[in-house]
Structures are given as C-alpha cells and as structure tokens.
Design a protein around this ligand. Structure first.
Ligand SMILES: NC(=O)C1=CN([C@@H]2O[C@H](COP(=O)(O)OP(=O)(O)OC[C@H]3O[C@@H](n4cnc5c(N)ncnc54)[C@H](OP(=O)(O)O)[C@@H]3O)[C@@H](O)[C@H]2O)[C@@H](O)CC1
Ligand SMILES: Cc1cc2nc3c(=O)[nH]c(=O)nc-3n(C[C@H](O)[C@H](O)[C@H](O)COP(=O)(O)O)c2cc1C
Ligand SMILES: Cc1ncc(COP(=O)(O)O)c(C=O)c1O
Ligand SMILES: [K+]
Length: 484
C-alpha cells in the first residue's frame, strides 16, 4: 500500500488574521493599532503583541531572498488575425444576414464579453464606480449592455449617452438600465476631471464604422479621456479606460496615427481584433464575442485563440509585466482579540475551518506541508487534510515520495492553511508519526476507484518516462480489478 496516513502531533499553532496597514514599517510605529493583526501561539500559551507579529513579518520580507532554479519559459505567442474596416463590416452583415443572428443577440454577447473582461482584471472591490460613455451606433449599444451586466456583477455604473438612437433596441436597453436605477449623466453634468468620480471608464463611443474626425460632443469627451493620462503622473490611482472594440477616435486601421489620442488600459476586441489593435500598447488586450461560426473563421482565415471553459472572453497578447514589488492588497478584516480566541487551538481551528467551508472556499482542506531532510534542507507541497482532532492533523501520502523519505529522516513538519478571501492563515508545527496501517487501509478503500488505481500507478516524486506509461499501467490495473 503506497498511500498511507501521517499525523502531525500539534506543538505550535498560529492563527493569523491579516489586516496590516497598506505598508509595513520595519520598526514599530504609532501607525500600528492593536487591531491590525494578532498572532496566537499555543506553544508559548500566550499571544504575541500585534506589532510584534507585523514586525516579524516585515523583517522577514527584507531578510530573505531565495534563488530558485527557474526553467526557461518560452513566450508562446500564437498568430492572430486582424480585420480591415471593410472585413469587419462584411462579417457583421454575414452574421446578421445568412447566418441568422439578430443585432440584439450579438450586442448582448458583445456587451457581456466586455463586462466579463472588465471583471477579470478590475475587481469591483477596488474599481466599483464605472462610467460608460456610449456613442450613437452599435458600439454604444455594447456599452449599454456591458453597464447592465456590470451592475449585476456588483459594480456601480453611470451612463453618459448624449446621442440617443430612437430604435427600440436602444430604448429597451435604456429602460433596462433605468429599471436598475443606473443613473444617466449629461455631458454638461459630467465633471471636467473624471478622475475623482470614477474608477473605470468604458469607452463605447465609436466602433469599426468610425470615420473622419470626432464630432461634438464626442470630441470633448475624448479630450477628457486623453487628459486623464496627464493626471496619471500626479495621482496615485486614476480611472482605467476600457475601450470597446476600437479606442474611440482612433483610425480603425491605422490606429492613433496622429498621436494624442486616448491610450486605453484595456481593449476588448469583438469578433476579431481590427488592424488598429496592432498599435494598442496597454496592458490588457482581450477578445470577446464568442459566437463566430467556423464558416466565418474559414472565409476570413481567422486565427483566433480558443476561449477557456465557459468564459465569454479570452486574453490576447502577452500578459502584462507587473512590478512585483508594487503588488499589495489592503486587507480589511475585523479585529481578532485574545478574548475572542478559544484557549484550545483545535477548537479554534474547527471554528475557522467551518467558517472557511461555509464561505464557499474551494479546497478548504488544501494545506502546504513543509518537511526538511536530514541536512535541514526544506521542501513544501500541497496536500489535503483528511481529519483532525486533539491528537493531530492527518493527511495521506506516499511513504516513498520525497516528503515520505524526508519525514522518515526527520519526522517534523509544518502545515499551512491560507484562506485568502477570509484574510486568514493558520500555521501548525510539530512532530509527525505514521498512523496505524488499519486506518490507512480503511481510508484507501473509501477512495474512488480511479484515485485508488492512480495512487498505485503514481510513483510519487520520480521521473516518469512518458505519459503513456501511466496510462498503460492504469488501464492494466483497471482491467485486473474490474471485478471490484
Ligand atoms: N459582428 C460584429 O462585429 C459585432 C459588432 N458589434 C459592435 O458594433 C460596432 C460597430 O457598430 P456600428 O457599425 O453601428 O458603428 P459604430 O462605430 O458604433 O458607430 C457608428 C455611429 O457613429 C457615428 N460616427 C461615425 N463617425 C463619426 C464621427 N467622426 N463623429 C461622430 N460620429 C461618428 C455614425 O454616424 P454617421 O457618421 O454615420 O452619421 C454612427 O451613428 C463594433 O465596433 C462593435 O462594437 C457588436 O455589437 C456585435 C458584434
Ligand atoms: C490541492 C492539492 C492537493 C494535493 N493533495 C495531495 C495529497 O493529499 N497527498 C499527496 O500525496 N499529494 C497531494 N498533492 C500532490 C502534492 O502536492 C505533490 O505534488 C506530490 O505529493 C509529490 O510531492 P513530493 O515530491 O514533495 O513528495 C496535492 C496537490 C495539490 C495541488
Ligand atoms: C497526488 C495526490 N494524492 C492524493 C490526493 C488526495 O486525494 P484524495 O482526496 O482521494 O485522498 C491528491 C489531491 O489532489 C493528489 O494530488
Ligand atoms: K470604442
């Protein structure tokens, strides 16, 4: 039997509620309040002062730098097709002619793709206030639909729709938004500086039928979006601009050929990117409009990425380069006070575990298991917690794996749970022992057949000569034990 149980006898527990101030000073400062974080150590049977906890953390941030061995990662940039203005219009006609789509359908899917792209990058907790600036054509319609979906996704949209189209499709979209109490703001009522009132601006003024130079009032609105870029240098956070299909004011094929146009942070190309998208330099280029039938793709020789799972959008182009040192989250957590915490850490763990399960977290029982070999060289990996009580925490693994042999050499481990949406982590440290073989057997037999066979086939931590070896052995064992 390869999959067997381990139990860690608990020696140290640490319950940590994460709510530090945005930046952690290296030494304690008056900024630290008692509620900023709390650590509970049962080994010492006392609580560390919150500032001590934060200080430890900030000190360790500066103290350690590991040099991992990083494999060479090739850029897997796949070819992409770009449409001319004429091709875009032709595809539109084909979809709504011989292919039987209605404009309402396509607009709904386009607007949903825009909302999905926005919510993939700009989370409502941080980018709640959305302004959709909608033009007179279908691009404007996409903006109206996107705003409705964003409302349902938890954003707070407002609409600027200065040139309304009298067709029932558009009046319907307006009615739908009004029924959600989404405010419509006139150009005159919009602040000159849009940076204070909005976190996201959806640019849905013009799409692929744009020509010439923008006419009023859109020229002025585009100017306001351009001027946001000059605020960028002075303000820490400025509203992000999300352009629908075409950055408004850009030539559909040549892009921002005169310079001085808007520079969106996100472009959501619909159906396929238009030629101007080659000039897009922002960090987030997405494709939406998951409705292209194969005949259209073949006719226009469209090379498009496939959409993942059930998603309405897919990122195209390289993911943005991030400044890792600037990545941070503002933790907003309730206080964790000594008197709120159970004296028995197992009881406290049960409480937090149940809350994590109730909050809908996936794989609440996934935990990092850290071991070290006899030379004190540490290693870690995820395993699943399969039970716990006052005697310890139990998981299954393979005795012959790396972790298995490390635990034989050095029967001590650290476990770590991180429940991100709750801002909580639990650290557990202690000696490890094998649980009785009968318990292992019972658990093994409770597993699904596929997992049982998989565990036998998998020689954990060893090099696999090829995928087929695993498949073949899996097949063989499935046949061998077909009688149950
Ligand atoms: N299958 C697809 O591909 C799908 C396409 N979809 C969406 O449709 C978009 C194309 O829509 P569209 O054809 O209605 O054109 P769009 O660009 O929104 O605006 C035309 C309006 O703008 C006006 N206008 C033009 N120039 C101007 C100027 N300089 N200054 C001022 N106004 C100007 C023009 O007025 P006109 O000049 O004709 O008087 C007209 O009123 C496309 O990009 C995508 O977002 C999705 O919904 C579904 C799937
Ligand atoms: C979420 C998750 C849960 C896992 N659970 C287990 C587990 O319960 N037992 C196990 O042996 N491996 C589990 N694995 C695989 C291990 O992380 C690891 O890849 C494997 O056990 C080999 O580790 P080692 O070479 O360090 O011994 C899990 C992986 C993930 C991502
Ligand atoms: C290698 C390995 N073993 C065991 C498990 C846990 O499986 P089970 O829930 O059947 O014990 C996992 C889960 O991801 C795993 O990846
Ligand atoms: K646009």
């Amino acid at each position: 039997m390869r999959n067997v149980m381990r139990r860690v006898r608990t020696m140290t527990f640490t319950f940590l509620l994460q709510s530090p101030p945005p930046s952690l000073p290296i030494s304690p400062s008056p900024q630290f309040s008692l509620s900023s974080s709390a650590l509970l150590s049962t080994t010492a049977q006392r609580f560390l002062a919150p500032s001590q906890g934060s200080l430890l953390r900030s000190a360790s941030i500066r103290a350690f730098c590991t040099k991992p061995i990083i494999p060479n990662m090739e850029d897997s940039g796949s070819p992409l097709s770009y449409l001319t203005q004429r091709e875009a219009a032709e595809i539109d006609e084909t979809l709504m002619g011989p292919l039987g789509f209605s404009v309402d359908q396509l607009m709904e899917l386009a607007g949903l793709s825009v909302a999905a792209s926005v919510s993939e990058v700009y989370k409502p907790e941080e980018y709640r206030r959305v302004l959709a600036i909608c033009g007179p054509g279908n691009n404007g319609g996409d903006g109206l639909v996107a705003a409705r979906h964003l409302h349902h996704f938890g954003y707070k949209p407002s609409i600027c729709y200065p040139k309304r189209t009298a067709k029932s499709l558009y009046t319907g979209l307006v009615t739908q938004l009004e029924s959600l109490s989404v405010p419509f703001v006139s150009v005159d009522d919009l602040p000159e500086d849009l940076s204070k009132d909005f976190d996201v601006i959806i640019d849905a003024m013009f799409g692929f039928s744009f020509h010439g130079a923008p006419r009023p009032p859109f020229d002025d609105l585009i100017r306001r979006l351009v001027s946001l870029q000059t605020y960028e240098q002075t303000l820490q956070k400025h509203p992000v601009i999300v352009s629908v299909d075409i950055p408004s004011g850009w030539n559909v094929e040549e892009g921002d050929h005169e310079g001085g146009g808007i520079k969106p942070d996100m472009l959501v190309s619909l159906t396929a990117p238009k030629l101007c998208a080659k000039r897009f330099c922002g960090p987030h280029h997405f494709l939406g409009g998951r409705f292209v039938p194969p005949s259209v793709a073949e006719k226009y020789k469209l090379e498009l990425p496939s959409y993942p799972g059930t998603s309405m959008c897919v990122r195209i182009g390289k993911p943005p380069k991030v400044d890792i040192s600037a990545m941070r989250v503002n933790y907003v957590s309730p206080e964790l006070l000594e008197e709120q915490v159970e004296t028995d850490p197992t009881v406290q763990f049960r409480k937090w575990f149940d809350e994590a399960v109730a909050s809908g977290l996936r794989e609440t029982n996934a935990m990092a298991l850290c071991t070290a070999n006899k030379d004190k060289k540490p290693s870690s990996r995820m395993v699943l917690l399969k039970g716990f009580d006052e005697n310890g925490f139990v998981w299954f693994t393979n005795y012959e794996s790396k972790k298995g042999s490390e635990l034989s050499e050095n029967p001590c481990a650290a476990l770590l749970f991180y429940w991100e949406s709750l801002n909580r982590q639990v650290r557990i440290e202690g000696p490890v022992e094998r649980i009785p073989e009968s318990e292992s057997e019972n658990y093994y037999h409770s597993r699904p057949r596929g997992s049982q066979i998989g565990a036998i086939v998998s020689k954990q931590s060893s090099v696999v000569p090829g995928r087929h070896i695993l498949y073949d052995e899996y097949e063989e064992l499935t046949k061998k034990y077909s009688d149950g």
